[in-house]
Design a binder for this molecule. Structure first.
Ligand code: ADE
Length: 237
């Protein structure tokens, strides 16, 4: 199984570099499950000020990332072969859901474009970007943190990355239900007891209790999830 390769193109590369060195994503790189390269968009500017943004045509507030450095960088990332996906992180993109993450985790090469300022030139979106993804209905100051979110969601699904092979499958959302509550020692914490069933050793009863908890939690917190069958959302592709 070849390792996945992820290129992150960023206006502020330092925002993503350090977080990628830690935890599951850091260990996945060390173990060779994924290679991640962070590109400083400014390195692809050709003028002496290394300018990557400019005023919007038509006026208005904010700066727009220029097409030339961005496309040069996207092309450099694909100099050997086209990527499977060129993802632009943007609040007006497709809301990120687990089925999309599952699908992208099968790719060999994903490029992520983290914009800044007022966004990127629309022509890059039209002709070079293949997927536009939002991580939620709120506006962040750039796409760097959303790119980290997508990297984390993808990498933990790669074969061999999670120690317990079943744990990615039992996550909230993998089967359309939220997770059951989790407890660890002590059995009594400041007077609050762990549910007896979890200490009973009866695994059939424990599974049943967890299923009931998951359904009940989903019904009260996210009734919208109960209307969606897993995978429905990607059916139209
Ligand atoms: N860039 C700024 N806000 C964003 C969001 N919510 N999702 C993805 N990219 C973004």
């Amino acid at each position: 199984m070849p390792a996945m390769h992820i290129d992150i193109i960023a206006a502020i590369p330092d925002l993503v570099r350090e977080p990628l060195q830690h935890s599951i994503v850091g260990r996945a790189q060390e173990a060779g499950h994924v290679t991640i390269e962070v590109h400083d968009l400014r390195d692809y500017a050709t003028d002496k000020h290394r300018q990557i943004d400019d005023y919007p045509f038509g006026g208005g507030a904010g700066m727009v990332l220029k097409p030339e450095p961005l496309v040069r960088c996207i092309e450099a990332c694909q100099s050997e072969a086209p990527a499977d996906a060129v993802v632009y992180l943007t609040p007006d993109g497709e809301p990120l859901k687990q089925p999309r993450v599952n699908q992208m985790s099968m790719h060999d090469h994903v490029i992520m474009v983290a914009g800044h300022y007022k966004g990127i030139d629309q022509r890059v979106r039209d002709h070079y970007v293949t997927h536009e993804i939002s991580i939620g209905d709120y506006v962040l100051s750039g796409g760097e943190l959303p790119a980290l979110v997508l990297v984390d969601a993808l990498v933990r699904l790669l074969p061999g990355v999670l120690g317990d092979a079943s744990s990615a499958l039992t996550d909230s959302f993998q089967d359309g239900l939220l997770d059951a509550p989790a407890y660890t020692r002590p059995a009594v914490f400041r007077g609050h007891r762990v549910p007896d069933v979890l200490r009973s050793g009866n695994h059939a009863r424990i599974d049943e209790w967890r299923d009931t908890q998951r359904i009940e939690k989903t019904r009260t917190r996210r009734p919208d999830l109960l209307d969606n069958e897993l995978g429905d959302e990607l059916e139209d592709e």
